[in-house]
Design a protein around this ligand. Structure first.
Ligand code: CAA
Length: 294
């Protein structure tokens, strides 16, 4: 039940993000937020877990404590059978302005290397099987851009400002930006962006294929689009959705022939699922499928 998923994540109420918006659209499911200090969690729609980065004074700079909470919330939603899609968002002004520069500034090589600094950020890309949508308004810089690129689907507002400005700090991207941005926009453009530190707009993110959708409006409109998509995904068979995510991700790592074979094996495997029978029988009988998620 959603109540169960909410109560697992929610202990006491703190600030309610998007209060008026959620009050209007999501009262039955919304239950803000949480034992967390730097993020807010809620379930505003059936099957949808919403995580809001919430360090407004630092423009949601991604400190280690924030990331620990984010990973914890992601894991809890991922384990929750009632959650079929997750959204990560920030504020109107900032999705996230990067890794926390003040935390990083004094680190020595030995501290960074021995503690494998930034490695826990890969939890989202490496371990979370539930689809994750980034809803980006405002700044998504450095690690903020990288976090958005790690998500499975990226929606942004026209006002979004993406960039990898690490070069201006005497360093380089450290959370996959040089790899994921290059795959998204191609080598020459990625090289230009990473070596100049220049920002690019939400509109450009849409034109270059970084964003799946660019929403002309504020945070409310952006979140509404993300919620609609998340709810739609959460309404499908979980087993098929997880398989769909897995095969698309494989396309980033495998050669075409291996990727196509991998997809075919997964496709074959789904004939062993109950939901393949449920889905195809429902189509033939002109009924709405009632997924078993098995
Ligand atoms: N880390 C820590 N604090 C940050 C921060 C960051 N990445 N970004 C912003 N802040 C803090 C500012 O220090 C400021 O705090 P104080 O009020 O205590 O001074 C507060 O957030 C508001 O910021 P500004 O006053 O600078 O706001 P602005 O509207 O004038 O400018 C901005 C906004 C252009 C985003 C500017 O804050 C900025 O350039 N931020 C840094 C962006 C950046 O370089 N990100 C990359 C970080 S490195 C990285 O991410 C490495 C990696 O690959 C993992």
């Amino acid at each position: 039940m959603f109540a169960r998923s909410c109560s697992r994540l929610v202990a006491s109420k703190t600030a309610v993000p998007l209060t008026s918006y959620l009050a209007r659209t999501a009262r039955p499911y919304s239950s803000a937020s949480s034992t967390y200090e730097h993020i807010l969690t809620e379930t505003p729609r059936p099957g949808v877990g919403l995580i809001t980065l919430n360090r407004p004074k630092a423009l949601n700079a991604l400190s280690s404590p924030l990331f620990k909470e984010l990973n914890d919330a992601l894991s809890k939603y991922d384990e929750d059978k009632d959650i079929g899609a997750i959204i990560i968002t920030g504020s109107e002004k900032a999705f996230a302005a990067g890794a926390d520069i003040k935390e990083m500034a004094p680190l020595t090589f030995a501290q960074a290397y021995n503690n494998n600094f930034i490695a826990p950020w890969s939890h989202l890309a490496n371990a979370i099987r539930t689809p994750v949508i980034a809803a980006v308004s405002g700044y998504a810089l450095g690690g903020g851009c990288e976090l958005a690129l790690m998500c499975d689907i990226l929606y942004c507002s026209t006002n979004a400002n993406f960039g990898q400005p690490e070069i201006k700090l005497g360093t380089i991207p450290g959370a996959g930006g040089s790899q994921r941005l290059t795959r998204a926009v191609g080598k020459s453009k990625a090289m230009e962006l990473i070596l100049t530190g220049d920002m690019f707009s939400g509109k450009q993110a849409g034109e270059w294929g970084v964003a799946a959708k660019v929403v002309d409006g504020g945070k409310e409109q952006l979140l509404e689009e993300a919620l609609k998509t998340a709810e739609k995904i959460a309404g499908y068979s979980r087993v098929a959705v997880v398989a769909g995510k897995e095969v698309v991700n494989k396309s980033q790592e495998l050669a075409l022939r291996e990727g196509v074979e991998y997809e075919r094996r997964m496709f074959h495997g789904l004939f062993g699922s109950q939901d393949q029978k449920i889905g195809m029988t429902a189509f033939a009988e002109k009924k709405k499928p009632e997924w078993s998620n098995e």
